[in-house]
Design a binder for this molecule. Structure first.
Ligand SMILES: [Zn+2]
Length: 236
């Protein structure tokens, strides 16, 4: 791993304190490009400043192969050395932290199936990264998880019982008024996402998201009904 020494301009509230005021730091450069995967020593293009009281900074790099720019974040570690009277700090590579919020999911859904919320979060990240080929199958997995967890938590089904049923049959156990076509369409698109041939080319990722949202709002209503019904029977 190639090392490089950079100077971070010291900043307060995003503004440089003095153009001569900087912190020297030794960093390890990333071993390969995140876009083309080519192993190399990337070119250092520029770097962020260092905010007062902060230990994080970022470096813009350029790939030698595909020439795209990418960002690498770092965090100071406890090592430092002194060269010619100047302090040289040391920093480690910091993996990106993806903060995709789950606010667009109803609280009933998140508490019914944390695993669904987790898969849903990954689907949003995949969409942002243009991984469109993974979405149909991913949504199918997410919906299967939600239906599975709902049936176990609220309808008293067992894993053993559910394993014997097909995915459309599990959706039918929800007894939704529009359940028949909904379960078929979700199964069809999910299958297309898993197969090299497409039986329903007209049904896109966007359709899968809409159908998923229909199912989510239906299950949310079922949970709300369940909760109010339980309150009613406990208090009448
Ligand atoms: Zn590249």
């Amino acid at each position: 791993m190639t090392k490089s020494i950079i100077a971070l301009p010291l900043k307060i509230n995003g503004k440089s304190t003095d153009i001569y005021n900087s912190q020297n730091v030794e960093i390890s450069l990333p071993k390969c490009c995140p876009f083309c995967d080519q192993v190399q020593t990337p070119i250092v293009i520029n770097n962020s400043g260092l905010e007062e009281g902060s230990y994080n900074f970022s470096v813009i790099l350029e790939c030698n192969n595909c020439n795209q720019h990418f960002l690498q974040s770092y965090i100071f570690n406890n090592h430092s050395s002194t060269r010619m009277g100047v302090t040289l700090k040391n920093a480690d590579i910091l993996d990106p932290i993806y903060e995709v919020d789950t606010d667009d999911l109803p609280t009933e859904i998140i508490s019914c199936s944390e695993e669904f919320a987790n898969i849903h979060k990954q689907l949003k990240m995949a969409e942002k990264q243009n991984l469109s080929e993974l979405l149909k199958l991913g949504y199918r997995k997410a919906i299967e998880q939600l239906v599975w967890d709902y049936l176990i938590k609220f309808e008293g089904k067992t894993e053993n019982n559910l394993q014997k049923k097909s995915f459309p049959d599990r959706i039918k156990l929800l007894n939704l008024p529009e359940g028949d076509w909904l379960s078929d369409l979700i199964a069809w698109i999910g299958n297309d996402g898993a197969h090299p041939y497409q039986r329903h080319e007209n049904l896109t990722n966007q359709d899968m998201k809409k159908l998923s949202n229909i199912l989510i709002s239906n299950i949310q209503t079922l949970i709300q009904q369940h909760n109010y019904k339980a309150y009613h029977s406990d208090n009448k």
